[in-house]
Design a protein around this ligand. Structure first.
Ligand code: FES
Length: 137
């Protein structure tokens, strides 16, 4: 049911990200990739980051995702890509599940678990990047 705040239990910001996701897709030469599945519902997400060194800092210059999941999972994925792009790797590591749902203006309580996918996938992509970086001679 549509209301002036959004769609059913979702607010307008969530609906905007769900209907027009930002940074949807794949980065072929990604610096790190994070894949996660949600054990509660079986939904899945893959998140790609491109990291470049600028002025001695490791910056996330590009980020894309593919999510096979519900509206909340897609909206949180889209939101976290907006939040993380331009951040240093260290800053992005500090983004939490709660930060993402707060930035979206909140999710219905029954959908809070969906925001886990986005933050977990980002953290996994970063740790894959760091493992590759650390194993370089
Ligand atoms: S119901 Fe599966 S991530 Fe939302």
């Amino acid at each position: 049911m549509q209301n002036n705040k959004g769609f059913g239990p979702y607010n307008k910001k969530v609906i905007d990200h769900f209907t027009n996701p930002h940074n949807y897709g794949v980065i072929e030469d990604a610096s790190g990739v994070g894949s996660v599945g949600n054990p509660v519902c079986g939904d899945m997400m893959k998140l790609y980051i491109k990291v470049e060194k600028k002025a001695g800092k490791e910056i996330i210059t590009d980020i894309k995702f593919k999510t096979f999941g519900c509206a909340a999972a897609i909206a949180t994925s889209s939101m976290i890509t907006d939040m993380a792009v331009g951040m240093t790797v260290e800053e992005a590591k500090k983004l939490t599940r709660k930060d993402v749902s707060n930035e979206l203006g909140g999710l219905p309580p029954i959908k809070e678990h969906c925001s886990n996918l986005a933050a977990d996938a980002l953290h996994k992509a970063i740790s894959e990047y760091e493992n590759k970086r650390n194993s370089k001679p």
